[in-house]
Design a protein around this ligand. Structure first.
Ligand SMILES: Cc1cc2nc3c(=O)[nH]c(=O)nc-3n(C[C@H](O)[C@H](O)[C@H](O)COP(=O)(O)O)c2cc1C
Length: 195
């Protein structure tokens, strides 16, 4: 199974990037036969969606996302919202998330991180057909929990336990959704823009 971790910050040396590295290590520790990619929005330099954009120039990214069975979204809270570059992703890449599960990990240097979860859950699923699993994890005071190299440095296992629960469930959903994507009703693609 291929899992793609989307690091939702466009800042260099972001907390989202180091959190993504930690999550990648955790996923491989659970099952090292899986392929785990990090799609870091600070490195991808994606254009802001525009009607005149030639989307075929992004086909390498699109193919990689299409080949993924499950996603982890690492989302920092910026001004009480998900970063605009993350919302932009759903304009640039339509169809690649269809009937695939996703685990949201939201982060904050302080004690924020709640609003991006609600934002993604409220709207993103409709046209993408992305399935956010019921478990999400908020990492408050992220700089005291994960270091620059993606190591867990939290004093307690509180966050680690919740991440482990989310990742293990994501893998189970990932297997189940492989079956769902082969079903007649999914293959029919009756409502390409959501119902
Ligand atoms: C533009 C901007 C807006 C922010 N707004 C919030 C906020 O609303 N709530 C919050 O808890 N933290 C906020 N922060 C602080 C972030 O939690 C902190 O900078 C974190 O490291 C951001 O993640 P990143 O490093 O992955 O970009 C904001 C940071 C930036 C850069």
């Amino acid at each position: 199974m291929k899992i793609t971790i989307i690091s939702g910050s466009t800042r260099n040396n972001s907390a989202s990037s180091k959190t993504s590295r930690y999550l990648k290590n955790q996923l491989l520790e659970i099952n090292n036969k899986n392929t785990v990619d990090i799609f870091d929005l600070s490195e991808a330099q994606l254009p802001l969606w525009d009607e005149s954009l030639d989307l075929t120039t992004l086909s390498a990214h699109a193919d990689s996302l299409e080949a993924s069975d499950a996603f982890v979204f690492v989302v920092p809270e910026w001004h009480g919202m998900a970063p605009p570059a993350l919302k932009n992703l759903f304009f640039l890449f339509t169809g690649v998330f269809r009937h695939k599960p996703a685990f949201i990990v939201s982060i904050s240097a302080g004690t924020g991180g709640r609003y991006p979860i609600q934002e993604l859950r409220s709207t993103v699923y409709k046209n993408t057909y992305l399935n956010f699993i019921p478990v999400n994890t908020i990492i408050d005071r992220v700089n005291t929990i994960i270091d620059e190299d993606g190591n867990y440095i939290g004093e307690k296992q509180f966050v680690a336990n919740r991440v482990d629960e989310g990742l293990k469930l994501l893998l189970e959903y990932g297997s189940a959704f492989q079956v769902i994507r082969k079903s007649d009703i999914v293959l029919e693609k009756r409502f390409p823009n959501g119902v």
